[in-house]
Ligand binder design. Structure first.
Ligand SMILES: [Zn+2]
Length: 289
C-alpha cells in the first residue's frame, strides 16, 4: 500500500479513441474513463481505476480528489488531453486556476445574494415604515374625523361631571302667580325667530334640552333650554354648530347635517310656533320619556 504521502488530485476522462497509458508499474494499459491523477511523494502518476484500487486498496482509499469535478470525472479537451500526457503539472495548474476562478465566482455570487437580501430587507423595512405611517395618518384622521355621537357623549360626560362638582342654579324665567296656573313663559329671545318660523324642542339622550329655530338674521340657531348652564358652549361638537357665547346659542350653518346627526342622539322632538308653549312641549317630551 502506498497510501501514506499519496494524494488524489483529480479524476478525468478522455474520448475512448484517445486513451492514455496507465502509469502503474507493470501495467501500461490504455485507459479513458475514471483516469486518476495522483501525486505520490513528489511524483505525479496517471492511473486507471483498476490500478488505483489495486495500488491503494480501494477506490475511496485516498478520499475525494483535490479538484473534485464530480460524476465520472472531468472530460478533457484535446489540448488538456495533450497536457495530461506531456505536462501533467501544467494541467493541474489549470485546474487550480479554474478552481480559483470558481471560488471567486461563488464569492461574488454569495456577495450578490447578500446584497440582494440586504436590499430586500431595506425594501421590506421601508414598506413597513410606510404602512406604519399610513396607519398613523389613518389614526390621526379618524381622531379628527367627526363622530357627533361619540364627541357629544364625551363632552356631555365631562359637562355632567362639571355640573356635579360645581352646581349652577338653574335660572327659571317663568314666574308663578300666587293663585293661578303656571304662566306660560315666553323667553325674551323668542323674538329672534324668523317670521312664521317654528321652535323645535329637542331632548337629547343625555337629558339635555335644546331649542332649534330659524333666526331672523339667517341660519338656524340652537339654544340650551331652559337656560344656559356653564359649559353649554362646549357641549356640542363644532360640526353641529358654532357657539356664539355673546348670543347664548349655537349657530347651525349646516341645517341638514345637523338634523341628520341629531336624529341619532335625540330621544324626542316636538315643535311649536308659539314660544309660550316651549315649556309645555318639553313637559310632554319628559312624560313620553
Ligand atoms: Zn493500469
Amino acid at each position: 500500500m502506498q497510501t501514506m504521502g499519496s494524494k488524489l488530485l483529480a479524476i478525468v476522462r478522455v474520448p475512448e479513441n484517445e486513451r492514455v497509458r496507465c502509469q502503474n508499474p507493470g501495467c501500461g494499459h490504455g485507459v479513458h474513463a475514471a483516469i486518476h491523477i495522483v501525486r505520490e511523494g513528489g511524483v505525479l502518476m496517471v492511473l486507471g481505476s483498476t490500478c488505483f484500487e489495486r495500488r491503494y486498496g480501494s477506490a475511496k482509499a485516498l478520499g475525494q480528489p483535490q479538484f473534485n469535478f464530480g460524476g465520472s470525472g472531468r472530460p478533457l479537451t484535446t489540448e488538456e488531453r495533450e497536457l495530461l500526457d506531456t505536462n501533467t503539472d501544467l494541467l493541474l495548474a489549470r485546474f487550480e486556476e479554474e478552481e480559483r476562478q470558481r471560488l471567486i465566482r461563488e464569492q461574488a455570487q454569495a456577495q450578490e445574494q447578500e446584497q440582494e437580501q440586504e436590499q430586500e430587507q431595506r425594501r421590506l423595512a421601508a414598506q413597513m415604515e410606510e404602512r406604519r405611517r399610513e396607519a398613523q395618518r389613518l389614526a390621526a384622521r379618524s381622531t379628527v374625523a367627526f363622530d357627533p355621537r361619540e364627541k357629544l357623549r364625551a363632552l356631555r360626560a365631562a359637562f355632567a361631571n362639571k355640573v356635579i362638582q360645581e352646581p349652577v342654579p338653574r335660572v327659571f324665567t317663568q314666574h308663578q302667580e300666587p293663585d293661578g296656573p303656571v304662566a306660560p313663559p315666553s323667553p325674551p329671545w323668542a323674538q329672534e325667530v324668523k317670521l312664521n318660523g317654528s321652535f323645535f324642542c329637542y331632548a337629547f339622550d343625555d337629558g339635555s334640552k335644546w331649542v332649534l329655530y330659524p333666526h331672523k338674521k339667517g341660519d338656524y340657531v340652537l339654544r340650551p333650554w331652559p337656560a344656559a348652564e356653564e359649559g353649554w358652549d362646549e357641549a356640542l361638537p363644532p360640526s353641529l354648530g358654532r357657539p356664539e357665547p355673546e348670543s347664548g346659542f349655537y349657530r347651525v350653518t349646516d341645517h341638514m347635517g345637523f338634523l341628520h346627526a341629531v336624529a341619532r342622539f335625540s330621544t324626542g322632538l316636538r315643535n311649536t310656533s308659539n314660544p309660550a308653549e316651549i315649556h309645555h312641549e318639553f313637559e310632554v317630551l319628559a312624560r313620553k320619556a
